[in-house]
Design a protein around this ligand. Structure first.
Ligand SMILES: Cc1cc2nc3c(=O)[nH]c(=O)nc-3n(C[C@H](O)[C@H](O)[C@H](O)COP(=O)(O)OP(=O)(O)OC[C@H]3O[C@@H](n4cnc5c(N)ncnc54)[C@H](O)[C@@H]3O)c2cc1C
Length: 459
């Protein structure tokens, strides 16, 4: 039996759900195929559970300063409670996503889908064929696992949320945001945590002050960070896992986690049969409107390897529906994306880093480092860092980088004036809100230092 649709979406994650819902709202006959759980990575095993676990971990810092505010706290932590409550919340969200699809009439098919041609999709479990005027591939990505002996002993972010019990110690390989966020989570929950990274500092693409500031914050919380080293092999050692490193040293850990990047979900999808071209990185190659090399096949979200973030997948999915089903071609602007790292300390950034801006022309850098007010009654010495990078002499704001409590919330709002092309003078016109950390962004006077003809001046 063959069923015909205007649109078949493969993958009910952030991008696929938005695209399916909007296309159906515009009157299209839509089916969405999902092999795991509706909601995709973000809801089931990404942003949402991650942030809930970060909240859990942050009680540690609160308890640390509590006595300075007069509180005596005798706290203990129960992992199964957190896991069960997380599961309840993501199930609630899964149902909400399902209802949002069903409302405009999207048919949800629970199966694995394979593309059979420009207009054909095969349902693996049901052994059924679908035809579609358009196919949208929104299959996301999966954790990359280094091909080393014993790799199967390690976990990834997929398993980390549902461990039967917290390990006594964990070794996390990777230097990206997922590695440092999980280090924050495990360390905050009392696990002896080590990060191992092949590079010379975590968060490779971030501004150097954010990278060094976070490194100090992680170390301050007892997290060990080992650089320029990789895991060569893993082996069982009693109840532990013994990791052997590239320098020949071996050590036992209660758990080992790979956070070594994510690869697009293209394997076994039948894309080659249909003639869909991939990029050198193995993602689906698309144009500004998310159209692949096959005109009837589009792709959005992590599988396209553009910016692997939920709001980007959602916007790409929405703009795809606008373009194809509302006769209103819209291309996503990937140039200015606010980004957060929910580590402790937290990071929020947007725009150019200092190193990038220095090659951009003459720029001014405004930098503030201070103890967050929350710490002033305690012995904690950690500094908050706020950095504003502008064109010279009060010109356009090019970048904003914040490390410390509330950084993510602040940077979301900074994204509005920056999207409007605001200048330093526009920031200066805003009246400060006191006492807050964010007021520093509108009270900077002279630049801390500048770059003229690519050379750093002052500072
Ligand atoms: C630990 C972690 C933390 C994260 N934190 C953040 C964050 O704080 N903020 C942020 O913006 N982003 C975060 N992300 C990234 C975010 O989750 C992704 O960018 C987003 O989910 C991508 O959406 P998508 O629609 O492209 O794919 P996904 O949400 O991954 O959805 C793809 C869906 O396709 C299904 N699928 C795959 N192949 C098939 C097939 N052949 N047939 C049927 N179904 C199929 C999958 O089961 C999945 O449900 C995080 C990711 C991880 C792993």
């Amino acid at each position: 039996m063959t069923d015909s649709y205007d649109l078949v979406v493969i993958g009910a994650g952030s991008g696929g759900v938005r695209a399916a819902r909007m296309a159906a709202t515009y009157g299209a006959r839509v089916a969405i195929v999902e092999e795991f759980r509706v909601g995709g990575t973000c809801v089931i095993r990404g942003c949402v559970p991650k942030k809930l676990y970060v909240y859990a971990a942050r009680f540690h810092d609160l308890f640390d300063v509590a006595s300075s505010f007069g509180w005596q706290v005798d706290a203990s932590f129960d992992w199964p409670t957190l896991v069960a409550n997380k599961e309840r919340e993501i199930t609630r969200l899964e149902h909400a996503y399902t209802a949002n699809l069903e409302k405009p009439g999207v048919e949800i098919i629970r199966d694995r889908a394979v593309v059979t041609g420009p207009n054909g999709v095969h349902l693996v479990g049901q052994d059924r064929e679908l035809t579609a005027k358009y196919i949208l591939v929104a299959t996301g990505a999966h954790p990359y696992i280094p091909p080393i002996p014993g790799a199967e002993l390690a976990i990834t972010s997929n398993e980390a949320f549902d461990l039967p019990a917290l390990p006594h110690s964990i070794l996390i390989e990777g230097g990206g945001y997922i590695a440092v966020e999980f280090a924050t989570i495990f360390a905050g929950l009392g696990v002896n945590t080590t990060i191992i990274y092949r590079g010379d500092c975590i968060l490779r693409t971030f501004d150097d002050d954010m990278r060094r500031g976070l490194e100090a914050g992680l170390t301050d919380r007892g997290i060990r960070v080992i650089y320029q080293t990789t895991i060569k092999s893993l082996a069982k050692s009693g109840n532990d896992i013994s990791a052997t490193f590239s320098d020949g040293v071996s050590a036992p850990y209660g758990a080992v986690m790979f956070a070594t990047g994510r690869s697009p979900n293209v394997k076994g999808l039948g894309l080659d049969t249909a003639g869909v071209k991939l990029t050198a990185m193995g993602a689906i190659a698309v144009d500004a409107y998310s159209q692949s090399s096959v005109p009837s096949i589009y792709a959005v979200g992590d599988v396209t390897g553009r910016a692997a973030l939920t709001p980007i997948a959602i916007r790409e999915g929405g703009y795809f529906a606008e373009t194809v089903f509302n006769n209103n071609p819209m291309a996503v602007d990937h140039s200015q994306i606010p980004t957060a790292v929910f580590s402790d300390p937290e990071i929020g950034v947007i725009g150019l880093t200092e190193a990038e801006a220095a090659t951009h022309g003459d720029v001014d850098v405004y930098l503030a480092r201070f103890r967050p007010m929350m710490n002033t009654l305690s012995t904690r010495t950690e500094r908050m860092i706020l950095k504003l990078i502008t064109e010279k002499d009060g010109g356009k704001v090019l970048g904003c980088h914040i490390l410390g409590p509330g950084a993510a919330e602040m940077i979301q709002l900074v994204a509005i004036p920056m999207g409007m092309g605001a200048s330093k003078a526009d920031f200066d016109r805003a009246i400060a809100l006191h006492p807050s950390a964010a007021e520093e962004l509108v009270t900077f006077k002279a630049p801390t230092y500048t770059y003229r003809d690519g050379q750093k001046v002052g500072g």
